[in-house]
Design a protein around this ligand. Sequence first.
Ligand code: BTN
Length: 326
Amino acid sequence: MTFKQNIIDALTIAYPKTLTFENLARALMVDQAHVVQAVNELQQKNFPISAQGNVIHLAYPLLSVPAISKLLDTDFIGKPVQLHARLDSTNTYAKANLSDLKNGDVILAHEQTAGKGRLGRNWTSPAGASISMSLVLKPASPFERLSLLTQLTAAALIKALNDWGDVKIKWPNDIILNSRKIAGILIETEFSGSSLEGIIIGIGINTNVDQENIPQELQSKATSLKEGTNREIDPNTLVASFLTFFEKYYVDFLNSQRPAPFLSVCREQSILIGKNYWIIDTDRKRKAYIKTIDSTGGLVVTYLDTNKTEVITSTDLSIRGDDHYV
Ligand code: BTN
């Protein structure tokens, strides 16, 4: 991918301006036929590159490490960012290569062929139209509550996405725009015996996916940022902004052990709090009034059948409205 990625980098940096095949060939020090062939191959993979005569441009910026690095305001998160053309899953890749990865390293892919969602579900990540990202953490001591890390991640995502609209969180890890899911979080941990080798925070965002390319069975539940805002999205701004917010919340939390700054974002932007929902476990379904998110990151609910208030910490469950997703 390196050569094709060089073309993507050049077009992304030039965006919204056009480049000529000639300019590109000269900048990359190859002959023009090489560039034409690589652009053709990228177009066949659905990367949004238009070519008219000798002039080419992108419909919207594509993932590019130089573009992200320019915008990143962090000390260690995203230093470095690795970008792959195609992986089975960025989480699986991070797990398999964990011993070579450092605290804060980020793995990105233009496309995933076996993306993983929560509860053993699949996650679709179309080439050039979505963000698949895994962030590796190697904390000095194990994180006492992973539920807090999910909420920290969700808050950083909400802050980064706020520029594009009124984005909500559906506890524990769904990010919602216009009542449909646009992003999800999957956190995995890797132990060697009893010692924590690393935490992998997987984030999938539907940035520029067209509604017709969303799997049929998800049409009523899922959308993309582009569909929700009618704007094409620059994934590099979004990734850099997320990583910058993430580091601020994370460092602040490690120093203070106070989750309030990010939990208040999750409470304010919660789509569930103050309403009734079905809590669906493997073996039962109960309706509950959703009260708040407590200081451990758990969901505080009052079950309508018993009127008892409980804190849900397990994320192995689904939350649904009467006949709708949110
Ligand atoms: C969910 O909402 O079910 C979680 C989706 C998480 C998807 C991301 S995409 C990047 C990372 N790699 C994966 O295989 N999954 C996560």
